[in-house]
Design a protein around this ligand. Sequence first.
Ligand code: ZN
Ligand code: ZN
Length: 153
Amino acid sequence: MCTTGECECGEIGYSVTEDGPIHVYACHCLNCQTRSGSAFGEHALVAASDFDCKGETVTHDRHCDGIDFQEVFCANCRTRIFNRNSAMPDMIFLRAGTLNDSQRLNPIAHIWTKRKQLWLLLPDGIPQFDESPTPEEFGQAVQAALRRGSDGI
Ligand SMILES: [Zn+2]
Ligand SMILES: [Zn+2]
């Protein structure tokens, strides 16, 4: 399965090739709200080896709690395409709103819900976590989505 996305101006194009569907989670933390200027961030965790991004990028680097974080943007229009960090160097944290088919996204989990905006009502039956889930908890959320069968693109 191959899924594609791009930045606002089209200079950056990428593809994700995975065996299964791409699962997206919504993060309601303060950082995602501030960095996006919106209610929450939508991220998809994909293997770096399955991710192919073309076009000129610029990065914003920061260091927090012993981990190096890098945010990657289109050099022209400054759409943020993905994040990566030194704690999980083999993974890409894709900014899922840049996927071409983003209207079909349906988050499989909501994290940092203790900080979510008060107007936002989350759907029943989708796992919620006050803060960040453990990898095991996140894995269970993915398994639950696979059992439901209809999530992911
Ligand atoms: Zn662009
Ligand atoms: Zn967040």
